[in-house]
Design a protein around this ligand. Structure first.
Ligand code: F3S
Length: 69
């Protein structure tokens, strides 16, 4: 069985590069300053796991955590 993933953005590290939103628009929202936070409670819907890892590896500030639950 596939593990469930959850994404989390560290607001202290995020600098608004928005690559996460470009790569995984289903998983991230941007606020009015362009900083990201996880959509909903951060749970990654089935089928979007690759996008979660892609967003994590493409954030220049290393602000994204992917948690395996
Ligand atoms: Fe922030 Fe990284 Fe996304 S800096 S906007 S979490 S790509």
């Amino acid at each position: 069985m596939t593990e469930r993933l959850r994404v989390r953005v560290d607001p202290d590290k995020c600098q608004g590069h928005a690559r996460c939103k470009a790569l995984a628009p289903e998983l991230f929202e941007l606020d009015e300053y362009g900083n990201a936070h996880e959509a909903g409670d951060g749970t990654v819907p089935p089928g979007l796991e690759d996008k979660a890892w892609l967003a994590k590896s493409n954030c220049p500030e290393i602000a994204i955590d992917v948690i395996e639950e």
